[in-house]
Write a protein that binds this ligand. Structure first.
Ligand SMILES: C[S@@+](CC[C@H](N)C(=O)[O-])C[C@H]1O[C@@H](n2cnc3c(N)ncnc32)[C@H](O)[C@@H]1O
Length: 229
């Protein structure tokens, strides 16, 4: 096992960067050995890769839409797979703000998810990273900066998604984008019509047109909307 991981590390220039994406929405490609090591502390220790919670196509779309953006905010980090994707592709002189309270850990002083996320995000050296360990609604209270790209993937309850949109979208610069995850039904996909992000995106952008905003891309469960220039 150690030898295999060592070879993988060497092949990746000393960095374990493999992420088991869902290659298609109906198939999670988690090798057997990693499925036995689900606890996030194993990711922090480098014994398994971080688990991405999105598909490979969504990963590519996130990187496409964040490319060149300087002020990037992610709400909901988990083990850091999408945060790492954003950092790898955004402007090198930009700043990535990562908002997550990491509140699920039963052992707060260990907090495996937080440790796994921090280790994952440092695998890229692009851009600055600012960690904001707060609930998004608390982080929004102090927020003053404009945002070029906002990724909403935190609390998926309908009220919480509404609150994230209401709290954060006014900071998005003209020409900037908001990406909603788990926000769209699609063949073999996991979201349903009653899911919070699906309901909010439908209400905001499909049941009527929201002046100043346009749906720019829809990839699996991901919906990217753009603020007019
Ligand atoms: C679906 S996961 C994020 C997945 C991650 N974006 C990825 O693709 O790997 C949801 C995360 O949101 C966080 N979360 C839940 N409520 C939140 C809130 N109100 N503000 C910020 N983060 C929140 C949870 O702690 C969890 O880590």
């Amino acid at each position: 096992m150690e030898r295999v991981l060592g070879l993988m590390n060497a092949a990746c220039g000393g960095k374990l960067i493999f992420r088991p994406f869902m290659s298609s929405p109906d198939r999670i490609r988690v090798p057997w050995v990693y499925s036995r090591l689900r606890h996030p502390l194993f990711a922090w220790l480098g014994l398994r890769p971080i688990f991405a919670q999105h598909t490979e196509a969504e990963h590519q779309a996130l990187q496409q839409w964040v490319r060149g953006r300087r002020q990037v905010v992610e709400i909901g980090v988990a083990e850091g797979a999408s945060a790492l994707a954003l950092r790898e592709a955004m402007a090198n002189d930009g700043t990535l703000y990562l908002v997550d309270p990491f509140h699920w850990s039963r052992m707060k002083w260990i907090n495996g998810v937080r440790r796994a996320a921090r280790a994952a995000v440092t695998r890229s050296q692009r851009a600055n990273v600012v960690w904001i360990e707060k609930f998004s609604y608390n982080a929004a209270e102090d927020w003053t900066k404009t945002i070029d790209f906002l990724f909403l993937d935190g609390d998926h309850n309908q009220e919480a998604v509404w609150q994230d949109w209401e709290s954060w979208h006014r900071f998005v610069a003209p020409g900037g984008c908001v990406a909603f995850h788990d926000a769209r039904e699609f063949p073999s996909g996991w979201p349903t019509a009653t899911d919070g992000p699906v309901r909010v995106v439908n209400a905001l952008f499909r049941e009527r047109a929201l002046p100043g905003w346009t749906i720019e891309a829809e990839i699996h469960s991901l919906v990217v909307v753009k603020r007019d220039d």
